[in-house]
Design a protein around this ligand. Structure first.
Ligand SMILES: CCCCCCCCCCCCCCCCCCCCCCCCCCCC(=O)SCCNC(=O)CCNC(=O)[C@H](O)C(C)(C)COP(=O)(O)OP(=O)(O)OC[C@H]1O[C@@H](n2cnc3c(N)ncnc32)[C@H](O)[C@@H]1OP(=O)(O)O
Ligand SMILES: NC(=O)C1=CN([C@@H]2O[C@H](COP(=O)(O)OP(=O)(O)OC[C@H]3O[C@@H](n4cnc5c(N)ncnc54)[C@H](OP(=O)(O)O)[C@@H]3O)[C@@H](O)[C@H]2O)C=CC1
Length: 515
């Protein structure tokens, strides 16, 4: 019997960010392994014209939750959505709901965050720092609370190259930043943002670091732990391999490469690609919840959920495997044949951006105009290039994360728990994982049917022919122009033609002699 699963039986769990990528997998695993769990409260905001109930209904009816329903048929009764907006004071939670949360919650998993790299500092501070502070305040009023687990990111200290499982202070105290957000206007915030974030690449990593400081400073007597995942990718094993439902991290780039939009990207091929499957992160998080509640460590423990130091894979190997899989199982309606490569300096990156990204987009837009349609490819390509420019930092640096606490926790688990809540990345086979990831992107993100693969292959053949035809036509046009204008080009042309003629004549003569 799994000790961890038994621990969660009859517990009331509160999850923020349960509608997000990680939150959904966390909820699914909790229900599947602890079907006797009492209730999971989830803080949800109405969104995209959907009510809370509609959002929960959509999640429960998704492919991700198919297995749960077999072990926990009344799962819908055990989810209690609470209307909340983490950007509002007291999260805009009603008095009755707040009362229930305060009196019943046993474990909190705080996953909600803005993960956008271009978030305005005010927005990022509000969600990643102030909301964390407010949640800690709420937690301090929960008499039954056993553990508060905060999800941060391994990149919160990406300004360092070796990162230990400790909290590194930022130069300006989070409280000062929070106070200043109240009276500074947006234009001043814009001005001071680069100074505040310093050598971090964006407001996301900076505010996640501030969030950790808030957890350290304002957790009082609470049992707190922090989990720091690196780049979270599709599921490795559970509930099934390759599940993914958003474009973050590598997923969007896999689509861009598979559809033939992405042809080159600046990367350090031998740098460690620190990807971590979402189910591995979730297993660790659940184990951390158990350990923190049962063993009550004296200080706040930080757990790195990373792969690099135990089972490293580099971007080159990953990129190659993405391309190899795309060749086997191509995506439908590709714009061009998938054929991406890494560039290693700014000059070649700019060159390939012009030649391989913008030029084909301009030509395609010209074709759209000619056929009476609205041009859109250049706009799309520029957005892709903007996205790539924001991700580039993470594929051109390498980090070393120590994983002592994570390894210690693994050794504390019973063999059964190590199996049920497996977070040992040494067992991960990267090639198999990436293949399943690409397949998952095709099935769950692009919603493409595998029956369409022959048609997709046919389409790629057509694109290859168009490519050859286009290149031949281009060559002939350029050559013709050159011949018309340059004596030297004409001389070279006559030389090649006469050489070919002589070569053919020689073969003809020698074959006649043999006869
Ligand atoms: C000889 C052989 C050589 C072999 C080499 C072969 C090379 C082959 C290459 C093949 C490619 C393979 C891919 C693998 C390698 C590269 C992986 C690199 C991944 C690096 C990831 C770094 C992550 C860092 C980690 C930090 C971890 C965290 O803690 S946080 C979680 C991560 N957060 C994010 O990822 C958020 C990032 N996104 C954003 O901040 C925003 O989306 C944005 C600012 C980038 C864009 O915002 P915008 O306002 O424009 O709008 P939005 O609606 O969000 O999206 C706009 C359009 O962009 C598309 N989109 C969004 N995200 C991505 C994405 N990650 N990749 C691609 N496209 C993306 C989105 O669909 C929109 O498209 P349109 O609607 O069509 O405009
Ligand atoms: N994905 C990754 O690669 C990594 C993620 N992490 C961390 O993991 C955690 C989860 O990330 P992930 O699941 O990928 O992110 P998602 O963007 O998928 O999910 C974010 C969640 O936060 C919720 N949220 C955002 N704003 C509010 C708000 N104002 N009120 C209520 N809820 C809100 C979202 O709700 P809604 O659905 O309504 O938008 C959503 O449920 C984050 O803390 C992130 O920093 C760490 C490392 C890597």
């Amino acid at each position: 019997m799994s000790m961890i699963a038994a621990f969660y039986s009859n517990k009331s769990v509160l999850i923020t960010g349960a509608t997000g990528f990680l939150g959904k997998v966390l909820m699914e695993k909790l229900f599947r392994t602890s079907p006797h769990l009492k209730v999971i409260y989830i803080l949800v905001r109405p969104k995209s014209g959907q009510t809370l109930q509609e959002r929960v209904f959509q999640i429960l009816n998704s492919k991700l939750f198919e297995k749960v329903k077999e072990v926990c048929p009344n799962v819908h009764e055990k989810i209690r959505p609470i209307s909340a907006d983490l950007n509002q004071r007291d999260f805009a939670i009603s008095k009755e709901d707040m009362q229930e949360l305060l009196s019943c919650t046993n474990i909190i998993f705080h996953c909600a965050a803005t993960v956008r790299f271009d978030a305005h500092l005010r927005e990022a501070v509000q969600l990643n720092v102030i909301a964390t502070q407010q949640l800690l305040l709420m937690a301090s009023q929960m008499p039954k609370l056993e553990a508060f687990i905060h999800i941060s990111t391994a990149f919160s200290n990406c300004n360092l190259s070796h990162i230990d499982e400790v909290i590194y202070p930022c130069p300006v105290e989070p409280r000062k930043i929070i106070d200043s957000m109240e009276w500074l206007d947006d234009s001043i915030i814009d001005e001071i943002t680069p100074k505040l974030i310093g050598d971090r690449p964006n407001t996301y990593t900076y505010t996640k670091a501030l969030g950790e400081m808030v957890v350290q400073q304002e957790s009082g007597n609470l049992n707190v732990a922090i989990v720091r995942p690196s780049i979270v990718g599709a599921t490795w094993q559970e509930p099934f391999p390759g599940w993914v439902d958003n474009l973050n991290g590598p997923s969007g780039l896999i689509i861009a490469a598979g559809k033939g939009f992405l042809r080159s990207i600046k990367a350090t091929p031998m740098a460690v690609a620190d990807l971590i499957p979402v189910d591995t992160v979730v297993n660790l998080t659940i184990a951390v919840g158990w350990y923190t509640a049962v063993h009550r460590p004296k200080s706040t423990l930080i757990y790195h959920s990373t792969s690099g130091n135990l089972n490293p894979c580099n971007w080159y190997k990953m990129g190659l495997q993405v391309l190899a899989t795309i060749e086997k199982i191509p995506f439908e309606s590709a714009f061009r044949r998938p054929n991406a490569d890494f560039t290693t300096n700014n000059f070649t990156t700019q060159y390939w951006n012009a030649v391989s990204h913008r030029a084909p987009a301009i030509i395609y837009d010209f074709y759209l105009r000619l056929t009476g349609r609205k041009p859109r490819m250049l706009k799309l390509m520029n957005r892709l290039l903007r996205t790539i420019s924001m991700l580039e930092y993470f594929i051109n640096h390498s980090w070393e994360w120590s994983t002592n606490n994570t390894e210690m926790l693994l050794s504390e688990l019973s063999p059964e728990d190590q199996r049920v809540f497996n977070f040992d990345v040494r067992q991960l086979n990267w090639l198999e994982y990436i293949e399943n990831y690409v397949l998952g992107v095709k099935k769950y993100l692009l919603k493409e049917d595998l029956a369409g693969i022959p048609k997709a292959k046919q389409h790629l053949k057509r694109l290859r022919n168009i490519h050859y035809l286009f290149n031949t036509a281009l060559f002939l046009i350029v050559w013709r122009l050159l011949i018309a204008r340059s004596q030297m080009a004409r001389n070279i042309w006559f030389f090649i033609v006469s050489f070919c003629y002589k070569f053919i004549s020689y073969f003809r003569a020698s074959s006649t002699l043999k006869v």
